[in-house]
Design a protein around this ligand. Sequence first.
Ligand code: C2E
Ligand code: MG
Ligand code: MG
Length: 663
Amino acid sequence: MERGNSRAPQSTRRLFTHFAAISLVPVLLFGAVLVASYRAEARRHGIADGRLEAALLAQTAVEPLLTGRPLEAGLTPEETARVRTMVDRSIRQRSVLRLRLRDLDGRVVFSDDGSGFEESTPDHEALDAARGDAATKLTRLNSDSNDIGPSGVAAVEAYRQLRAGSPAAPVGVLELYLPYAPIAKNVSTGLRNLYRDLAVGLVALYLALFLISVLLSRGLRRELTRNKHLAEYDTLTGLPNRTLFQDRARDAVKGAVRWGERVAIAIIDLDRFKEINDTLGHHNGDRLLRELADRLAAHIGPTDTVARLGGDEFGLILRGLPRPDDALARLRAVIGREVEVNGVPLSVEASAGYVVAPHDGDDVDDLLQRADVAMYVAKTEHAGVVRYDSVHDHYDAATLGLIAELRRAIVDGHLVLHYQPKFAVADGRVEAVEALVRWRHPTLGLLYPDRFLPLVEQTDLIDDLTEWVLQRALADLRDLGPAVGELAMAVNVSARNLARPDFARRVIDMLAAAGVEPSRLIIEITETALLIEPARAAVILAELAAGGVSISIDDFGRGQTSLGYLSELPVHELKIDKTFVSDMLAQPAHAAIVRSIVDLGHNLALRVVAEGVETDGVLSSLRDSGCDVAQGYLLARPVPVEDLTAWLAAERADAERLPSPVA
Ligand code: C2E
Ligand code: MG
Ligand code: MG
């Protein structure tokens, strides 16, 4: 059985390769921008170097050769000779490529190779230089219009004003071509170093980026795995939760349909878990759930799944089992094995319902709902394990949905009580009223107990419902005030309520809290409910009776209570089931049963009540039989508390008259 999922995502490596490639792009772009900017900077450096060299040559090699006469009139022969010697030497040494001297109007007056004399308009750089604005640019030899010969090597072309004489004054312009290669060599040595540093820097940056992203993504992946785990697993037991269970069930059903296999989907619900939770505390309830989860996980096959669907409900997917009911019975036994919680040995019972796909359906939602229905049937019938059958369909989805809604309805105050009086047959006095619950459903209207109680009674929700009914009924009784005298309140309780060991104490506490005498409360429990767990019920009823509460056995005659058991119960009242009462005139057998129950009750010193009295004939027959109390539509229908108050007041005012029907 797979509890966790530690498989790393397969796409991790691909993701890393992608990231490595993608993060390379900005790093390379950044490198390209830096290289371009280095190049431009190197070029600027080259030009600046050229400018400096030109200035040096002008000041140290050319200007000292001039007499100080402006060059408009050309060079003197001596000047020409001196300049020629200097230029020839420089050209030989390859420190100069070409040298021209111009007058202040830009006209060439000396050119080492004889070029430039024929230009019609002087260079604007020459004119600017004549005015003192030196110009330097990177070019190639013979690229100007006045040059002759093919375009040559890379050169720095510089124009500079020449000053000579004493005091020094502008005499002409020096036009100079310096070889760029030696300058570029200098610059590119620096550039190479820069490129190397840049490459190292970029690689380091890339690695750092990569490392950061690896660490980050590892953290993210861990977080993702954790979130995925939280979304799919139950934190208390570590089992898959409902979401993952549904996904797996869907896959299993698909597989079953495709390969012609059988897969069982089961729901196991613990019986009376709420009681354990309430008596031993939630902490111990949680420990119990963990223990049971571990047991279930250890006892299923490797391809099976056990999940916690919520509360005390587990889901199972069992594959390839010829008899899922045997497997589930074994799992129930595993759950039922004694477990010690907080030093208290406990054994927990569970009910299981299951479906077999694809036989019982191929839609997972339908299958789960049917497994749920089967589970409810298992609970109701105390059958342990039940396979879904379409005859169970009266537990339809709508009813199951209602149960889910009821929890909120109790909190939101959507339940109401109607009260039906019980009359003393002898004098027509109202000696008690019975509280009957109704649900004011926001869309379905007023719902009667038969619509929702049978299912609620199979869940722990019945505890909340009974508690609410008791509290409301006792509060209403108190509010009726002293005018109603010793009027008693009858409240119906379910078998499941009696399964709670603290039920009697809670009832007594509620009486005390409401300030109502225990003798004014009658607890009605149906005969069939008593038979579910007679020993347990007897203990609780004894505690209630000891606290002063009256006990009435409702719907008497429908079950087969042993008279021995009955005589031992602390019972005060038998309430003959209405099926015998309402048609006792038409059915002599029923009339005989009514008479027998009246006699039985009286022989056991019990009060006997007949419910379902609908006609005067039945009422007088009951009177003849010696029945003590009558209840039925003939006398009064169940009514809301306001109507009951008004009706009781009218009754008191007309105490002499026999009771007449309400509504
Ligand atoms: P019950 O305790 O035997 O209550 C008598 C039922 O018979 C009530 O139905 C009442 O309205 C109905 N009834 C009264 N007089 C007549 C009559 O003359 N003729 C006929 N045909 N019926 C009559 P209701 O209110 O629908 O309750 C049905 C059952 O639901 C109750 O049977 C009781 O077992 C259960 N119930 C009602 N309220 C509660 C509650 O608060 N808690 C629990 N645990 N069960 C409740
Ligand atoms: Mg009743
Ligand atoms: Mg009844």
